[in-house]
Design a protein around this ligand. Sequence first.
Ligand SMILES: NC(=O)c1ccc[n+]([C@@H]2O[C@H](COP(=O)([O-])OP(=O)(O)OC[C@H]3O[C@@H](n4cnc5c(N)ncnc54)[C@H](O)[C@@H]3O)[C@@H](O)[C@H]2O)c1
Length: 250
Amino acid sequence: MERPFENRTAMVTGAGKNIGKAIALGFAAGGANVVVCDYNADAAEQTAQEIRALAAEAMVAVCDVRERDRIFAFVAKAREKFGGIDYLVNNAGGSAGLLKKLTRFVDAEPQTLDFVIDVNLKGAMHCTQAVLPGMIAQRYGKIISISSIAAVCGLDDRVDYAAAKAGLIGMTKALAIEVGEYNVCVNCISPGAISRGGKDHGHMTFLGEDGRCGKPQDIADTALFLARQDYITGENIVVDGGRSLGPGAH
Ligand SMILES: NC(=O)c1ccc[n+]([C@@H]2O[C@H](COP(=O)([O-])OP(=O)(O)OC[C@H]3O[C@@H](n4cnc5c(N)ncnc54)[C@H](O)[C@@H]3O)[C@@H](O)[C@H]2O)c1
């Protein structure tokens, strides 16, 4: 079997479940060592076990991406263990739904705004700053952030989330300019509705008779594709079954 990521190391945040887990297992199947970052210790350990079953190495990093110091400490540990980090996937994130606080923007509480911006945007900034010096020094790296079509076409009750995810796209483009000379590629993926734990939500895509929901593997395949490209940078790839095309001809 082809192992394109042999002798490479990937760090994936939110790797305990769904999209992040599919990405982490994809890197492992390709031979990479994987740093499994998640604040859910049991979920992270489960992903790590599945990575080891694929004959790849895993390091569990139980932390919240908002905890800058812990992120930097785990990156230093990973560098000691594996020699460097080649791929970072900023996947951890979510809307105010995580706090059961989805609401119209006019009513959104400032603490909720902080939470959503911190998890989705500043968390990715902390992780990116933690791995970037190593990538620059080794003249190689791929940074992939998971945004959302909410950033591209909006989503009601999630103005903070749409803003944070749009921030990731801006970060991607600006950083791509800064680090291109070091062979570091920076890209984004914007998923549409992706099933969670087998549960579908928010259809209205143009694929399949009923407009099917995407699967975590659809996003993982795109992330692994980007990890293997050396001439794509500053890009945002929408993976949404056509949902953001609009209502179509009907
Ligand atoms: N599922 C979708 O429909 C969809 C659509 C567009 C974008 N996205 C984005 O894709 C990413 C993954 O989505 P998902 O549906 O797989 O999410 P999920 O909620 O199913 O899983 C997220 C994982 O990340 C972990 N996590 C959450 N916050 C964290 C934090 N602050 N620090 C560390 N770990 C944390 C959770 O423990 C969990 O294991 C998110 O950024 C989400 O915003 C998802």
